[in-house]
Write a protein that binds this ligand. Structure first.
Ligand code: GTP
Ligand code: MG
Length: 291
C-alpha cells in the first residue's frame, strides 16, 4: 500500500520552508522516537542539504518509545556530519530547554542581539512540533492536537533577545512508495485517516507488536498470542471487546476493533515501544541521506 497524501497547504508549506531555510541557522527536525527512520522526511533532508544547514534531530515522544532502542538511534544519528540528536518529551519543560542549548552548539557564531540564533522546526505531521514550541515559549501560541495537519502556516516567535524560533506545518512527501514506511507513518497518525485504511494499518501494527512485544498484547487484551497473525489479533480484540456488526448476522466489527488497537497504541496504553531499530539496512540509508 503506497500512501499519497500531499494536500495543497503542504505544497505551499514546502515552498515557504525553502525560503525560510535561507534565513535561519539551524533546522530542528522533529522525529517520532518510535520510528526515527520512517519519520525522517527526505524532502526536508533535500532542502537542508541544498542550503547546508546543520540539523538537530529531536527524537520526540521519547516517553512512548523503548529507551534502549532510542539510545541506539541517538548513537547512530550523532555520527552524521552537521547533525546533533537529542531524545525528549515535548510535554516536559525541562526537556524542551535542551533544544536551544543543542542548537547553540551547532551555530555558536549566532549568539547576540545583532546576530540572534534562528531555529526552524520542521517534521512530518503530528510529531509534536507545535507542542515543543509552546513549551519553549511557556505559553500556548500554536494550536496542537492528536491529528495530522493541525498547523497550516509558519509562525515565528522570539524566545529571548538572542534567539528566535519558527514552527512550520507538518510535511510529507509526494508518494510514499515504501509501504513499510507508509504504514509506520499511518500508525503514529501522521497521515490523514482519509488516505489510509485503518484496518490495514492496525493489522500491520499487530504484526509488528506480535514480533517485538507479544506479551503487551496478552497483558492488555487477555488472549494468548502464540500462532496468531496480525489479522487474527484484530479478530481476537473484536471478540474480547464485543465489537459486533449489527447487520450481517453479528460478525466481528473489524473496523471498530482496529480503531481500539490504534488508539491504545497511540496514547501509550500498550507501553513504551519502538517500531524501528537501527539495523544495518536502516543505518546505511540514514547515513546516506546525510551526504
Ligand atoms: N506522549 C507524548 N505526546 C506528545 C508529545 N509531544 C506532543 N505530543 C502530543 O502529540 C500530538 C500532536 O502534537 P502537535 O504539537 O500538534 O504536533 P505537530 O507536529 O505540531 O502536528 P502538525 O501541526 O499537525 O504537523 C498532541 O496530542 C500532543 O499533545 C510528547 O513528547 N509525548
Ligand atoms: Mg503543529
Amino acid at each position: 500500500m503506497s500512501i499519497q497524501w500531499f494536500p495543497g497547504h503542504m505544497n505551499v508549506a514546502r515552498k515557504e520552508a525553502a525560503k525560510t531555510i535561507e534565513v535561519i541557522d539551524v533546522i530542528v527536525e522533529v522525529l517520532d522516537a518510535r520510528i526515527p527512520n520512517a519519520s525522517c522526511n527526505p524532502l526536508i533532508q533535500e532542502l537542508r542539504l541544498a542550503r547546508q544547514r546543520p540539523s538537530l534531530k529531536v527524537l520526540n515522544k521519547a516517553d512512548l518509545a523503548d529507551p534502549v532502542v532510542t539510545q541506539a538511534w541517538l548513537d547512530l544519528l550523532t555520527r552524521q556530519p552537521g547533525v546533533s540528536a537529542v531524545a525528549l518529551s515535548g510535554h516536559h519543560a525541562g526537556d524542551a530547554v535542551k533544544v536551544p542549548q543543542f542548537c547553540q552548539l551547532l551555530a555558536s557564531h549566532r549568539n547576540s542581539n545583532a546576530k540572534p540564533l534562528r531555529m526552524l522546526i520542521m517534521g512530518v505531521p503530528n510529531v509534536g512540533k507545535s507542542t515543543l514550541m509552546n513549551m519553549l515559549l511557556n505559553r500556548r501560541v500554536a494550536r496542537v492536537g492528536d491529528e495530522p495537519a493541525v498547523t497550516k502556516i509558519q509562525q515565528r516567535h522570539k524566545l529571548n533577545d538572542r534567539m528566535a524560533i519558527t514552527d512550520s506545518p507538518g510535511l510529507l512527501w509526494g508518494t510514499i512508495k515504501d509501504p513499510h514506511v507508509g504504514l509506520l507513518l499511518a500508525t503514529i497518525n501522521a497521515v490523514s485517516h482519509t488516505a489510509v485504511d485503518d484496518e490495514a494499518v492496525a493489522e500491520f501494527l499487530a504484526g509488528v507488536l506480535l514480533a517485538r512485544y507479544p506479551a503487551r498484547l496478552t497483558a492488555r487484551y487477555g488472549f494468548a498470542v502464540e500462532k496468531l497473525t496480525g489479522t487474527d489479533v484484530i479478530d481476537a480484540i473484536g471478540k474480547k471487546r464485543g465489537c459486533l456488526l449489527t447487520r450481517s448476522g453479528g460478525g466481528i466489527d473489524r473496523d471498530k476493533a482496529a480503531r481500539i488497537l490504534l488508539s491504545d497504541y497511540r496514547n501509550g496504553t500498550l507501553g513504551r515501544t519502538s517500531l524501528e531499530t537501527p539495523d544495518r539496512r536502516t543505518e546505511e540509508h540514514t547515513l546516506m541521506a546525510s551526504v
